[in-house]
Design a protein around this ligand. Structure first.
Ligand code: ADP
Length: 517
């Protein structure tokens, strides 16, 4: 059982959180938002949480006040060692962040999509583990996020299993998106030092015998697995959402939990957001329209406060429902009299589609096919409706940020979208957005019709916006759930370890009997 202090609260835990991207150091998507804000909320609960990530070339030492805390030390890689250094920064001056430095692997322009990504993330993870050992900082929990860090639970049960330093360290593996598994060839096992243990085998997942699937290893070996909403935790047990790993997830369902992501409500706050034209609160919601007019100018749309602006900010991939959007956007512009603005990067065919759309609907449709965090804020604050018709959505942050800024979401009832948006019911006036279920362009279109129709009634719309802005998406509740999860992981870890030791003792005794000792 976890220890309790006199106040009844849990004794402070030492937690090492590992991720490939962390706001404000490096971000490509929601993962970085989570790993940048969850640690602060856990720290606020009194725990000693520290973060580990690679020191990519783009993370400039002067910009983030990096200090070197470990001189070059050897990290085992394959049959050689690779030198790493440990740099330190902080999240808001509160949470220590350890950045693993190695020019060969990390001093590049980008974060991902290199042919040696497997090696790069092995180097990062092994570098942090070896680094904290040198620092003498012994974590109770290592909390790994997504495939880049998924070998850590595997290592703790193999090459570090007999290392007293990590004997009491439990692992938690959080799945942010099951679709990105990190699948590589056999060589990776040698690089990671686990080739003697071979492939993992599962009778219902044939491919696992032939490839190294990082995600699968995180799921197979972690003491506890979590994902980022309760609905997604249930969905991934099915073949529809399980991305071929559902049999493994079903085996481990007693260790699988769903905890909804929060958002950093200080960072995403329309009252203080410095990127907005005008700041506003629930009490001064009338001011919000200035942001809409300014967005219309910025996006080259006709400036008109009465025209509903439908916005979307997302990676331009099928996951986010862009195949549906490309089907309905023209009818929406032609028949619903709405304006449309998109911010995103991704698949070329969507870049081409939106470039062509904005040429043909100048003044009515705007597209920013780039990554721009400040423009994202202006869209959240300026759009009337925020679109998120995802095919699947582990949690989704966009809809929560949109609601906080008073943009009413239109979403598909899937994953975290189902857990955060309630469909508006005109009979009772209840709800926080517009929700549809089947993955189908017509269902999205009719839901947009409902949204735009409701927009024509300013009093009703205002109530809807108000309810959206009143939702509590802060990390507080979820951070407590993670702390409970950590306690659970420690219990499982202690239990599994005791069982393994008992088995070992029995095997030894049986061996002795056999030998007639
Ligand atoms: P995912 O992690 O699947 O990409 P989420 O909704 O969980 O989706 O998180 C996406 C985050 O990234 C949100 O904070 C969103 O505002 C931001 N984002 C996505 N695309 C862009 C972009 N092109 N420019 C700026 N921010 C973006």
């Amino acid at each position: 059982m976890p220890q309790r202090s006199a106040r009844g609260a849990q004794a402070p835990l030492k937690i090492l959180l590992l991720a490939a991207e962390v706001v404000p150091f490096a971000k490509t998507g929601g993962l970085a938002d989570v790993t940048g804000s969850l640690p602060k909320a856990i720290r606020a609960l009194g725990h000693d949480i520290r973060v580990g990530m690679p020191r990519y070339g783009r993370i400039r030492p002067d910009q983030f006040n990096l200090t070197r805390i470990l001189e070059p030390f050897p990290v085992p890689m394959d049959d050689r060692t690779e030198p790493a250094e440990l740099m330190q920064a902080t999240l808001d001056g509160e949470v220590p962040v350890y950045l693993v430095e190695n020019a060969r692997y990390f001093d590049r322009d980008g974060i991902y999509m290199y042919p040696d990504d497997a090696e790069r993330f092995i180097m990062f993870c092994r570098g942090v583990l070896e680094g904290v050992k040198r620092l003498g900082w012994q974590p109770d929990i290592i909390h790994c996020h997504d495939w880049h860090t998924a070998l850590v639970p595997n290592w703790l049960k193999t090459i570090y299993a007999d290392d007293p330093f990590f004997a009491d360290t439990a692992s938690v593996y959080t799945i942010h998106n099951l679709a990105y598994q990190g699948i590589f060839g056999h060589r990776v096992l040698e690089i990671a030092g686990i080739d003697e243990y071979g492939f993992i085998v599962h009778p219902d997942i044939m491919d696992l015998n032939e490839v190294v699937d990082f995600m699968a290893r995180g799921i197979a070996f972690a003491d506890v697995i979590s994902t980022v909403s309760e609905t997604y935790a249930r969905e991934i047990l099915t073949s529809e959402f399980g991305e071929k790993l559902d049999p493994l997830l079903r085996d481990r369902r007693d260790r699988l939990f769903g905890i909804l992501n929060g958002i950093d409500v200080d960072e995403f706050n329309p009252a203080t957001d410095r990127y907005l034209e005008v700041n506003y609160t629930l009490e001064s919601l009338d001011l919000r329209v200035e942001n809409k007019l300014s967005l219309q100018r910025e996006a080259g749309l006709r400036e008109d406060r009465r025209i509903p602006v439908v916005g979307i900010i997302a990676r331009l991939t099928d996951q986010k429902g862009f195949d549906l959007i490309t089907n309905i956007v023209e009818p929406m512009l032609q028949h619903l009299g709405a304006q449309f603005v998109v911010l995103g990067t991704g698949e070329q065919r969507y870049h081409d589609f939106f470039t062509d759309l904005t040429n043909r609907y100048a003044g009515q449709a705007g597209a920013f096919l780039t990554f721009n965090a400040s423009l994202a804020r202006r869209i959240y604050a300026g759009a009337d409706v925020f679109l998120m018709p995802s095919r699947f959505e582990p949690c989704g942050l966009g809809q929560m940020i949109a609601m906080r800024y008073g943009s009413v979401p239109v979403v598909r009832a899937v994953g975290g979208l189902a857990d955060t948006v309630r469909d508006y019911d005109p009979a009772t006036g209840e709800g926080t957005g517009f929700v549809f279920k089947p993955y189908d362009a017509m269902a999205l279109y009719t839901t947009l019709v409902r949204a735009v129709e409701t927009y024509r009634y300013p009093d009703i719309w205002r109530k809807l916006q108000t309810r959206c802005m009143q939702q509590d998406f802060s990390w507080q509740a979820s951070a407590r759930k993670y702390v409970e999860l950590y306690a659970r992981a420690r219990e499982f870890h202690a239990r599994d370890r005791a069982a393994a030791q008992e088995k070992e003792a029995k095997d030894r005794a049986a061996n002795r009997t056999q030998k007639g000792e």
